[in-house]
Design a protein around this ligand. Sequence first.
Ligand code: AMP
Length: 288
Amino acid sequence: MDSSQTSKNIIVLNTIEQVRKQVKNLKLQNKIIGLVPTMGALHDGHASLIKKAAQECDEVIVSIFVNPTQFGPNEDLDKYPRQLNQDMEVCKSNGASIIFAPSVNEIYPSDEHLTYVVPPEYYQNKLCGLSRKGHFNGVATVVLKLFNIICPDQAFFGLKDAQQLIIIKKMCKDLDIPVKIVACPIIRSNDGLALSSRNAYLTRAGRAKSITINKLLFKIQELYNTGLKSKEKILEIALKELNEDIKLEYLEFLNLNSFKKIDLLEKNTLIAVAATVDNVRLIDNIII
Ligand code: AMP
């Protein structure tokens, strides 16, 4: 994509200098700026964040950047779907006015001796942080860089990546970053599967297996609603929902405020799952 390309009323900017210039103009007009950070391959989950941002802010900037520092050596960085033209349509039709789509070199001109944001170990050594070592250092670093480049008033994140959202909120609090973090609900397809850019890797059979992940979560919710509180007892019943070919990486119950693992379900519990279906790693969660 050229350095500055327009499709009707959406502008695609590729450099930090260009986006800073645009933002400066918008700030001079006292516009409230919303940022939706993404890695592209946009679907209705991302669209819901853009829509929410357009409701809350005067101008919405969507960043599209497949961030190499948050991928591990054996992860899907190279095959991660990239489809800027389709993404432009999603951004435009949901109310964004600017796409910031930098190259890797623009964001990490020298990848040696990089200064990283390192979120607390306490928040990293659970859930996805256990199998994805360094992942949240990469996420926090790129998000802080985007905040410093764009200086948004508000930034919109999906609860789909609950641990990420909690870590970003903590980073803003600890580092006095003046950005309001807005949490947006998980968008699911009709069969209940949480939308994800990685769902594109699933075969038809894989997809049929995958929906048992959300069935498992909703069974837990149902059991809680009938009065069951013990994690052990709940899992004894609920795990029967999960297709037997699915490799469960974790299924954790955590208090949303303290981020502590719990054995007795109560209000404000995050129930988070990661599982692999035919080599596709999926995550999902519900909040009780
Ligand atoms: P990604 O492109 O995967 O980095 O995601 C960008 C943002 O979209 C993150 O804040 C995600 O949590 C959010 N997101 C991804 N999938 C969904 C979904 N199904 N529902 C709501 N938000 C989502």
